[in-house]
Design a protein around this ligand. Sequence first.
Ligand SMILES: NC(=O)c1ccc[n+]([C@@H]2O[C@H](COP(=O)([O-])OP(=O)(O)OC[C@H]3O[C@@H](n4cnc5c(N)ncnc54)[C@H](OP(=O)(O)O)[C@@H]3O)[C@@H](O)[C@H]2O)c1
Length: 336
Amino acid sequence: MRYKKLYGTSEEISVMGLGGWAVGGQNYGPTEDSETIRAIHAALDMGVNFIDTAPDYGQKNSEALIGKAIKDRRDKVFLTTKLDRGGGYDYAMEQIDKSLERLGVDYVDAYYLHWPDTRVPIEESMSAFRDLQKAGKIRYVGVSNFDIALLEEAQKTVKIQLMQPPFSLVDQRQRERLEWCESHGINIVTYGSLGGGILTGRYRTLPEFDEKDPRITFYDFFKEPKFSKCMELLAVLDKIAADHKVPVSQVAINWVSQQSFVTTSLMGVTKVPHAKENAAAFDWELSPEELGAIDDEYERVGLGRMGWQKSVIQDETAEHGIRVKWIPYGDETERK
Ligand SMILES: NC(=O)c1ccc[n+]([C@@H]2O[C@H](COP(=O)([O-])OP(=O)(O)OC[C@H]3O[C@@H](n4cnc5c(N)ncnc54)[C@H](OP(=O)(O)O)[C@@H]3O)[C@@H](O)[C@H]2O)c1
């Protein structure tokens, strides 16, 4: 395993983080709790020390299952969870206690505001996080799915140590934002780092997922025309994987973790072989030439210039004050 220092702290974080979205639930198809616990243990045994979850993950079972998995290993894990569905002060105070209870711990290492809440001033949300930090319930503050303007606003109330955006070889639309974070000492924890699984080579033809499967509703790689472009890019990864005699997933994993602005990359795993395969990626590294070849192919196939991106739109009438809409890349006109 490789480790990076969490900027501004003395914490050593594994470059692979375990993602808990599917843990205990049905997100990407059925999972089996005992197998998921074995997968978490396999990753921890191979040096992973960073776990990400949220109250809503795994049909609300993720925190409890992760708590069970790390019961005897709490001191070996940098444990992170999130404030879901709202950013009000009292709500944050109430929700942290529920998360701690489900996780079976006294504190979490980082607590994120999962999505901006347009109904609550950011100062209010962040003052709750600041007070939770003072109370010792959370060690560091994080935000997720924030843009730079909101991050700067949030920083006025509390130090933001981590930011969690989507980023992978097939989703680089926030690259500039991530570089900005790097230059401002904010640690980046990427999500969807395997492109929801597309970068593992598991899908070579367009899969038919259930229409509510988040691989269709949350990510845009499992739709044409982007899917075919991802397959073109995978061909270059296949060649590099064959040269190193490793699974293609490890090429994508090294690519994301070798980006200087990435502190750790989350990978959702619920199966032991996946946990082991992914953690073993750090036994080797991509050369500068290989990184260059991958970047050239990304440019050539035009992945960054096409497809659709998810845009979060403020809408006071929507349940959480926001609504999600898919818009074409580069089209800012719909972002009002
Ligand atoms: N902050 C946010 O708004 C936000 C949004 C989305 C996700 N996240 C976080 O980021 C984490 C990762 O994102 P994600 O889970 O959506 O996507 P991901 O990590 O890109 O992909 C997960 C998928 O890849 C499969 N997989 C993993 N390793 C594999 C391997 N070696 N071979 C074949 N398949 C493999 C998993 O299968 P198995 O489960 O069968 O192992 C799962 O279906 C989440 O779990 C969550 O913690 C945060």
